[in-house]
Every structure is written in structure tokens, then in C-alpha cells.
Write a protein that binds this ligand. Structure first.
Ligand SMILES: [Zn+2]
Length: 121
């Protein structure tokens, strides 16, 4: 991998990830990433940082929205949008059509996943 700043060599390393929360500085050490041997530019592995940010957002009370779009619902259930849409058309999933778009309750989908009564509308 080449450095975006100087085209130098990016080497795998453990980095400190800094985030702020209510005036505190939260430092997470040992996050997998890369550092340029020449200019010191740092690059984090996106997946880990994404997870850390999700956890920090939860701590800060920035909950994910309860109402999901078709795409978000498919992502939640880890199926394709087409599969999900098929289930919706067969009325096998709790969903509500608002205007031209489908909306889903995250809680209802999770209940459905647990095998509880889907609560069809
Ligand atoms: Zn560099």
C-alpha cells in the first residue's frame, strides 16, 4: 500500500484512535492500521473503526433509528433487498407502506427474527 500523502510505503502498525465525548478524550490503543515510514501519515482499518464508532455512538445515546427503509431492513436481516421485498409482498414480514415506500420497525423485525408472531399489519 502506498501513502496518499507522499507515495511512501505504508507499514502495518498499531495506532491510537482518539475520539472525544462530552469533553473527555477517549483513546483506544492498538487499533490495527498503517503508518507511512516516510511522512508518518496514518491510516486506520475502516472496519474496526466503524465498530468502535458504533459502540461510542451507543454510549453517547445516539441510537440508531427505529424506523428503517427497505435497504436498511435488508441489511439488518442480512438478506438482499430483493429477498426482503419478496417476503413483504407475501405479507410474511411486518412492514408498512407509506406513500410509495416501505418502512419497517426495527423492533418488529428483530421479534420476527426470534420467531415471535410477526404482527402483520
Ligand atoms: Zn507518506
Amino acid at each position: 500500500m502506498a501513502c496518499v500523502m507522499c507515495n511512501g510505503k505504508m507499514e502495518p502498525t498499531a495506532l491510537d484512535l482518539e475520539r472525544s465525548y462530552k469533553g473527555y478524550t477517549i483513546v483506544i490503543k492498538g487499533v490495527k492500521g498503517y503508518r507511512c515510514a516516510d511522512c508518518g501519515e496514518e491510516f486506520y482499518q475502516g472496519e474496526d473503526v466503524e465498530r468502535i464508532d458504533t459502540v461510542l455512538a451507543a454510549i453517547a445515546g445516539e441510537a440508531e433509528p427505529e424506523v428503517l427503509t427497505l435497504e436498511e431492513a435488508a441489511k439488518l436481516l442480512r438478506v438482499s433487498s430483493t429477498t426482503l421485498y419478496g417476503l413483504v409482498k407475501q405479507e410474511k414480514l411486518p412492514a408498512r407502506r407509506i406513500g410509495r415506500e416501505w418502512r419497517f420497525s426495527k423492533n418488529a423485525l428483530l421479534e420476527y427474527l426470534k420467531g415471535n408472531k410477526p404482527g402483520l399489519l
